[in-house]
Ligand binder design. Structure first.
Ligand SMILES: [Zn+2]
Length: 359
């Protein structure tokens, strides 16, 4: 290496040292060097790497949270690019699972953070493994069963979680600190009946609301992990961006002694009594997900060879994609989970799954 190169790498090393990288954040007095150190020693999980998760994970990684696990069950589609800030057209073309693509981008932003990608559907069966060892769980999911599951896990194991949701131009967020604040079920005891709430399919969504809710969630995570929990907003914070309405509703008195979860310690979702079915229509996607009832491991390349006569098939080490007639697409992950795109009929999807995999 010549002198110029040596000098250049020394400059890069100095510039990338944690003090330089986080200089502006450290200068912000409530964080300071102590808070920055605490962030670096923290572990966070982001559940769902869609629009909310894209923004949340970037804030965590750029601000220097030491370990970030990103969990998502899905692959990237063209319709995601309008609001899922982390992904590119190249990710869609490469047929990448969101968790893998996200982790690639996040590592480019900050190589000093350990980013772990989990391509998985968070369920009662795998939640212990997927959320093991984290200090905070941040909700980037798009469905209620996952939120009730996370709430159970959070209360049972005393790990804070930060709820967030957005649809149309509205959204809301709340931070649950077990033992201190109400839990999610204190406010919303049961999930809404299917079909009774707006979804991104029925009501659409604009990207700025997702960014705002995700940024509120991220700020809460940074407060928590940097030792500033006295600064948490402690409200059910609601935003209607179209009508410029910002409504923080205090939850100071919302904790219920008769709450099934945090009052009676009945973890119905964690215990699987209320867990979702093995086949489920995916919210707003004209797709059905099928999960195998027992653990499997599929050799995708071998299967791809066998499926050549069935339709146009492509595979990489993460998934196999088979284009069928009638505008149906079958996406299979190596753990046996499949997403059948082009239908919302569970029975039809099940029969396609059975036809292809013989299960
Ligand atoms: Zn509760």
């Amino acid at each position: 290496m010549n002198h110029d190169k040596l000098a250049a790498s020394a400059i890069e090393l100095a510039a990338s040292s944690s003090v330089s990288r986080y200089a502006r954040q450290i200068r912000f007095a409530p964080v300071g060097e102590k808070g920055q150190q605490a962030l670096g020693e923290s572990r966070a999980a982001v559940v769902g790497m869609g629009a909310l998760g894209s923004v949340i994970a970037q804030h965590l990684v750029r601000s220097g949270v030491g370990f970030v696990r990103v969990i998502d069950r899905d692959i990237i589609e063209w319709s995601n690019l309008q609001r899922q800030m982390l992904y590119t057209e190249q990710d869609v073309r490469a047929l990448l699972p969101k968790a893998e693509a996200a982790a690639n981008h996040l590592r480019e932003m900050n190589s000093s953070v350990t980013v772990e990608a989990c391509v998985a559907d968070l369920t009662a069966a795998n939640i212990d493994e997927l959320l093991d060892g984290v200090h905070v769980i941040i909700d980037g999911s798009d469905n209620f069963s996952v939120r009730y599951l996370i709430n159970d896990y959070s209360v049972k194991h005393h790990i804070p979680w930060i709820y967030g949701g957005a649809v149309g131009a509205s959204g809301m967020t709340m931070t649950v600190i077990p033992g201190e604040t109400p839990c999610y079920r204190c406010l919303f005891n049961e999930p809404p009946a299917p079909g009774t709430t707006d979804t991104c399919e029925t009501a659409g969504v604009i990207s700025p609301i997702v960014d705002i809710i995700a940024s509120l969630q991220s700020a809460e995570a940074i407060k928590l992990l940097s030792g500033n929990s006295q600064a948490l907003h402690r409200t059910l914070f609601q935003v209607d961006l179209w009508n410029h309405a910002w409504l923080p509703v205090s939850v100071a008195n919302a904790r219920r002694n008769d709450c099934d979860c945090c009052g009676h310690a009945r973890f119905e979702y964690l215990n699987g009594q209320s867990s979702g079915p093995a086949a489920a229509a995916l919210c707003g996607r004209n797709s059905v997900q099928i999960s195998p009832s027992y653990p499997v491991s599929i050799q995708l390349d071998e299967l791809a060879a066998r499926l050549q006569p069935v339709g146009r098939v492509t595979a990489n080490r993460f998934l196999l994609r088979l284009v069928l007639k009638d505008e149906l697409t079958f996406v299979l992950f190596s753990d046996g989970r499949a997403i059948i795109q082009g239908t919302d009929q569970i029975t039809k999807a099940r029969s396609i799954y059975a036809e292809i995999l013989g299960d």
